[in-house]
Design a protein around this ligand. Sequence first.
Ligand SMILES: [Zn+2]
Length: 237
Amino acid sequence: MRIKKIIKMSLLLFFLVFLTVILNGNITQTVHLQKYNKMKLVDSWFRGKFSSKEMLKVKDHLSPECKHLLQNVLKEVKYFPVPESEEDDTLDVSFVDTWQAERNYQGKRGHEGTDLMASENLRGLYPIVSMTDGTVTNIGWLEKGGYRIGITSESGIYYYYAHLESYAGQKKGDIVKAGEFLGYMGDSGYGPEGTVGKFAVHLHLGIYVYRGGEEISVNPYFVLLHLKNKKLKYAYS
Ligand SMILES: [Zn+2]
C-alpha cells in the first residue's frame, strides 16, 4: 500500500516537473520569437544576417517590414553577378563575409557589401551581369566606388555594382533584365575619375533599401550564397 502511494507521488512529481519544463521552454521560445516580430530594418542582426539560414528559420516571425524586404530580395535576385567562363574554368571569383569589416579610405567605416575577388587579377576580363530586373538609376564615377552602376528593382531595392573597368552601354533610366551584361569587372576607384590599381580586381556588391530618406544597407553575402548555382555562362578568356 505504502509503496503504491510512493510510486503514485513520484509519478505525479515527475509529471509536474515535465509540465514545468515544457511550459518554460514554450515561454522562453515565445519571448525569443517576439524580438523578431518587433524588428526594424535598421536592426544590426537583421542587416548582418540578411537571408542567412539562421534568418530563414525564423522568417515567419519577422516584422512585416523585415519580412517584406527579405521576400522581395529573394524573389527578384535571379542570377549570380559574375557569369562562368565557357572557355576557361580557372576563371572564377571567391568571396567571404566581410560585412562591417574595417575600411579606411576617407575615414574609418564598416564595409557595407561583399567583394567578389577575381582569380585572375586582370581588369576588363570578367563580365558583370545584373542580378535582377530593374532600372538604371545611377551610372558613372564615384570616388569610393569608381565606375559604378546602380539598378533599382521594381520593389525599390537598390543593387550597387562598383569598381567596374568599363560599361556595357546602358544609360540612366534604361530598363535592364536579370542576366543582362552591365560592364566588365575592374579595380577603379579611390581617387579622381579614372583612378585604377589601388586594390585587387573585384566586384563590390551592395544592397540598399530607402526608408523615409534613410539609406539602409543589408549584407549581400548570404544572398550571393543562394545564387552560387545560378551562374550564367559567357564566352570569355
Ligand atoms: Zn567592397
